[in-house]
Ligand binder design. Structure first.
Ligand code: PEP
Length: 252
């Protein structure tokens, strides 16, 4: 945790969720409104098909809404893509960019991730910029160098605590049940904090740095209380409100 920084717990539903899943979002909203996550802000990032309906369900409440990706252009001939202004229009306030599944499966480069983050800021969205090393990179002792390079290439110029969130997600920890040691997380988040200061100046000390990768109710307290860990991005464990809220309760 970082003194003076409001924790943030966000769920990334990936390509999961249909109309019937909106009940989970309603349950999250009730918990957010009831303060079940203490001071922490809660957000859910469902697939784009559910954004507008989810926005309707959470209107006037304390649960925030995010999308999972955006195109760098605001509009145009890009069949199948969705722009940042469209996400904003649908009711999102956050958008994830540079998730490792997009970097790997869609060959997204740091430059493209930065263009998406810039588009997000221009549309008035907060960009959740994801970075993280592979297993091979960690084993080679390159984890901090890789994440530093990704951040230097992916972070949008002019960002600050209200417009950018960083999520450190080791690729090898996503969906595997594996997590880095508390020492490794503390070391990485400390390095990210230092870099954010170099890039954004004083605002960098207040940017939220999330940890993501196999966060579960059983390990959340150990991870979320570490220095410079200001919350979590949660995949699989965010699909059911009960599990997601059990993690968020770490901040109660
Ligand atoms: C993610 O995909 O952002 C993630 C952290 O997934 P999981 O929690 O399932 O490891």
């Amino acid at each position: 945790m970082t003194p003076g920084v409001r924790p943030f717990v966000a769920g990334n539903w990936k390509m999961n969720g249909v109309f019937a899943s909106l009940g989970e979002i309603e349950a999250m909203r009730r918990a957010a409104d009831a303060g079940e996550a203490g001071e922490a802000e809660l957000a859910v990032c469902p697939p784009a098909t559910l954004l507008a309906q989810a926005a309707w369900k959470i209107r006037g409440g304390k649960l925030s809404l995010g999308a999972q990706d955006c195109h760098p252009e605001p509009s145009g001939a890009f069949t199948g893509d969705i722009s940042a202004p469209m996400l904003k229009d649908a009711g999102a306030t956050y958008v994830i960019v540079g998730h490792s599944e997009r970097r790997t499966l869609h060959y997204e480069t740091d430059a493209l991730v930065r263009a998406k983050a810039e588009a997000a800021l221009k549309a008035g969205l907060t960009a959740i910029v994801c970075v993280g090393e592979t297993k091979e990179e960690r084993q080679a002792g390159d984890a901090i160098a890789v994440v530093t390079r990704q951040l230097k290439g992916s972070l949008p110029p002019g960002g600050g605590p209200d417009s950018v969130v960083v999520s450190y997600e080791p690729v090898w920890a996503i969906g595997t049940g594996l997590t880095p040691t508390p020492k490794d997380v503390t070391e990485m988040h400390g390095a990210i904090r230092t870099l954010l200061g170099e890039i954004y100046g004083p605002g960098g000390s207040k940017l939220r740095i999330l940890y993501g990768g196999s966060v579960k109710p059983g390990n959340c307290r150990d991870l979320l209380t570490l220095d410079n860990v200001d919350g979590a991005l949660i995949g699989g464990a965010s699909l059911k409100a009960a599990e997601f809220l059990a993690i968020a309760a770490a901040y109660r």
